[in-house]
Design a binder for this molecule. Sequence first.
Ligand SMILES: [Zn+2]
Length: 133
Amino acid sequence: MKQNEYICPKCGGFLKVNAKIIFIALKDDEKKGIILLNPELGDYKRIAHNTLELKDGERLTFLCPICHSDLSANEINRNLARIIMIDENGTEFKILFSEVQGEKCTYRICKKEIETFGEDSSTYVNYFGSGPQ
Ligand SMILES: [Zn+2]
């Protein structure tokens, strides 16, 4: 079984614990809660406490649960969050994924190569026109 690690780009903390990637989700109405993502790229199941009342199409801000940095990749698009993935061979990738609830898109970037996942992945692909940062 593959064991990819997911890391906060700001503090280097490990975000994956017991097969879930852990974030703090901040809503536009300032409500905050823990949100769990599946580490399998292309799996968009999100787990959050029902008091967070996530609605499709709602934009969330993902924060690192360790250093509380805003993980939004604002220089590419404010709807995308960025983290680091290290695969089982030690190769480092940038992972960008949509912070919008219900939007299915993920980008895995290594040097100039971009691999896309999810049925909504065409939504932001134009923002990578000048090459990944
Ligand atoms: Zn962090």
